[in-house]
Design a protein around this ligand. Structure first.
Ligand code: ADP
Ligand code: MG
Length: 241
């Protein structure tokens, strides 16, 4: 792959958690390239390192060794201040546990990335409401996030990851709390975003119903990428007629 068309490049990424003297190797030499304009899904058994890998890619967690580059930038060797600014501008993250601020409304939660990037509060809330409408939550913009159902909170988290038009969107199980139709609507929205040629999406999922949205699917096991399948939905159609 031409390096200038790469959104993410991971080379031999290793991460060992050390809790109370017990070491767990979560990433054991990950190699993965993600192209601009690509929607890459990441699948694999619980505990294989998926959340750890996307946390390293998004600059939330530092790897112990190996190289990880996002849009040509090595986040590990950036100053904290530059890294925070880079993340705020370029990365949207949907956490598995949503991580919304419970005392803020849906619209206020979604405004946060815009305000961090310097937008005026009133403009930020107006923009937040348009994205909440896109995820089907136009009726709930003033509700506190603690008053929302799990599926609604998940959509607020997705809106918050999209609102500032980041170049890289990273999602941990973004459809786990959604019914089939809402899940497909959210994936259609995410896929539209990925179609921009200078952006990319990485989506961790167990949800076979959404595999067809992937450009490629990386299978992980035991801290490694074991296989990357190209054009998965096409391959599946051939396999299953
Ligand atoms: N903060 C942490 N401290 C210690 N061990 C952790 C921590 N986070 C994850 N692990 C361990 O690292 C391994 C990979 O975890 P994780 O990346 O969460 O996997 P997945 O998302 O695929 O379920 C697991 O063995 C898990 O128990
Ligand atoms: Mg996980």
């Amino acid at each position: 792959m031409n390096p200038s068309s790469l959104a993410v490049r991971c080379q031999n990424v290793i991460k060992v958690y050390d809790t109370g003297g017990q070491k767990v190797t979560a990433l054991n030499g990950v190699n993965l390239d993600i192209a601009m304009g690509e929607l890459m899904m990441l699948v694999g058994p619980s505990g294989c390192g998926k959340t750890t890998l996307i946390s390293v890619i998004a600059g939330i967690l530092d790897q112990d060794s190996g190289y990880c580059e996002v849009f040509g930038e090595d986040l590990l060797n950036m100053s904290n201040q530059r890294k925070l600014a880079f993340r705020a501008r370029n990365i949207g993250f949907v956490f598995q546990a949503f991580n919304l601020l419970p005392a803020l409304s849906a619209a206020e939660n979604v405004s946060v990335p815009l305000i961090i990037n310097g937008m005026k509060r009133s403009d930020a809330e107006r923009k937040a409401i348009t994205v909440l409408e896109q995820v089907g939550l136009g009726e709930r913009v003033t509700a506190l996030s603690s008053e929302l159902s799990g599926g609604q909170q998940q959509r607020v988290a997705i809106a918050r990851a999209l609102v500032h038009s980041p170049k890289l969107i990273v999602c941990d199980e973004p459809t786990s709390s959604l019914d089939h139709e809402t899940g497909r609507n959210v994936m259609t929205l995410l896929k539209e975003v990925a179609l921009h040629k200078d952006r990319a999406l990485v989506i961790v999922t167990h949800d076979a119903r959404i595999f067809e949205f992937a450009d490629r699917i990386a299978e992980m096991d035991d801290g490694h990428i074991v296989e990357v399948k190209e054009n998965y939905s096409a391959v599946r159609k051939i396999e299953h007629g």
